[in-house]
Design a binder for this molecule. Structure first.
Ligand code: X2X
Length: 343
């Protein structure tokens, strides 16, 4: 929330305007330190040690320095402010100013935002970043904007998702039959695992560890880095390398609070959050090189699976036809222009 009322802000703006039209509201990066004029909240669902939380904290520090202390972004990682569902409401009401959320979960508000999660759409990271930094990302951001939120240009990496289980190894699509799998709260996730014959249960990330521990769910799916950082290996035994979708986080702002900030402040914040996103992508890329060995050492048993068999099962179930219809020809066309023909 802004410390300053909108009226005070406008008054300051017009006073400055009277003094000298070209002066920015803040002499960015110069002058003595002072109390923050804007105290803002940034929240996420990621553990404190996840690169997403670490890089967000660094961005907050750079922003504070660059605005000479005028902008103080307080970072609340690890669901400190509630579950993803709670935090999305708080972002919309303005109680939170910035929130990183998976596009798939955001789709409960912005249906198009789950499109990057279509099963087996992306073959590798080059294709992901070309699409999300290009035409597909631009399309989704314009849809987000229509719903009162602002998405920063650069998406943050979550990763390619893999299925874990505590009860049995998942080797073929048939092994998913009746499998009680936790999925995040998102129609695309439920639809995809239903199409694969599983019994998906929607649970926010804040409750995943305990749901697995108490066996409310037998399994879940997440990128290896998150499985490691959130210690899900403690309550899971097998991991199947399905890479069934790529998932990333949008850095979202409440559009009204963001637009109420002076333009030069908006610019610094966007620049530093986008830089942090690129740093976070590089962190995940580097962790991806070592995480499988680390998880094996922790006792997880790895299964290499025939990915096309899972993709065929989705196709047979009518998954691609259904979602093409839901997203519409324009969105589907942009997706296919980036990843090739899907259906
Ligand atoms: O909820 C999940 O599984 C997580 C952490 O990957 C997301 O934020 C989508």
């Amino acid at each position: 929330m802004l410390n300053m009322s909108r009226r005070a802000l406008l008054a300051q703006g017009s006073a400055l305007g009277a003094a000298g039209a070209s002066l920015p509201l803040f002499a960015i990066g110069s002058g003595p330190a002072r109390a923050a004029d804007f105290t803002l909240k940034l929240a996420n669902n990621s553990p404190v040690t996840h690169p997403q939380s670490v890089r967000a904290q660094e961005a907050a520090e750079r922003i504070k320095k660059a605005t000479n202390g005028a902008v103080d972004i307080q970072v609340f990682p690890n669901n400190q402010l509630g579950t993803d569902t709670d935090m999305l409401s708080q972002l919309r009401s303005g109680a939170i100013d910035f929130f990183t959320l998976s596009g798939l979960i955001l789709s409960t508000l912005v249906p198009a935002a789950s499109i990057n999660g279509v099963g087996f759409a992306f073959k590798d990271y080059d294709t992901v970043w070309k699409a999300m930094d290009g035409a597909l990302g631009a399309y989704v951001r314009s849809e987000i904007d229509k719903r009162g939120l602002t998405a920063m240009d650069k998406m943050w990496d979550n990763g390619f998702r893999q299925i874990t289980s505590s009860t049995k190894p998942i080797k073929t699509p048939a092994d998913l039959k009746g499998f009680k799998i936790r999925v995040p709260v998102s129609p695309l996730w439920t639809s995809m695992f239903t199409a694969l014959g599983a019994s998906p249960i929607s649970i926010n990330f804040a409750e995943v560890y305990s749901a697995l521990q108490t066996k409310i769910a037998e399994g879940q799916e997440n990128p290896l880095t998150l499985i490691q950082i959130a210690k899900l290996y403690e309550v899971q035994k097998y991991v199947s390398l399905t890479s069934h979708m790529w998932d990333g986080f949008w850095m979202l702002a409440n559009k009204k609070s963001f637009n109420a900030l002076p333009p030069d402040v908006q610019k610094v914040i966007a620049q530093e959050l986008n830089k942090a996103a690129l740093d976070e992508r590089a962190d995940i890329a580097s962790l991806n090189g070592t995480v499988a060995e680390d998880l094996k050492a922790k006792g997880l048993i790895f299964e290499d699976v025939d990915k096309p068999a899972f993709r065929d099962a989705l196709k047979q179930a009518g998954f691609y036809a259904e979602w093409k219809k839901k997203y519409g020809d324009e969105a589907w066309g942009i997706l296919e222009s980036q990843v090739g023909t899907l259906s």
